[in-house]
Design a protein around this ligand. Structure first.
Ligand SMILES: [Zn+2]
Length: 112
């Protein structure tokens, strides 16, 4: 029996009903579930299968690194959000975001 690497107390049991939700699409995967903390760990090939299916549906959020130039208006610097990120995060001009600075990175989080 394998011990859970999350809580290090429970044991992992094989299950076939792990529910993975990707942008509203629900995938059922095989994997293991901890009897203690109920952490679910899908098998790696199941995860890959799910990612491939999600990619075909166009819902898999790819890790994106995009390069953009800043522009300036009278109000200050302007950063344009790429349209695929806009779509994936369902942003619009009425939404609010939180901006934080971590070292030399700027993290933009969607609110709510
Ligand atoms: Zn656990």
């Amino acid at each position: 029996m394998k011990t859970c690497m999350i809580c290090e107390k429970g044991t992992l049991a094989a299950v076939e009903d792990i529910i993975l939700d990707v942008s509203g699409y629900v995938f059922i995967a095989k994997g293991e579930r901890c009897g203690q903390c109920h952490e679910e760990i899908p098998y790696e090939d199941e995860t890959r299968r799910m990612i491939n299916a999600a990619k075909k549906l166009g819902v898999w959020p790819e890790p994106l690194k995009l390069y953009r130039h800043l522009s300036r208006s009278s109000g200050g610097l302007i950063l344009r959000i790429p349209s695929d990120i806009e779509r994936q995060l369902e942003l619009d001009e009425h939404g609010e975001i939180a901006i934080s600075k971590v070292g030399n990175k700027i993290i933009i989080e969607t609110e709510g």
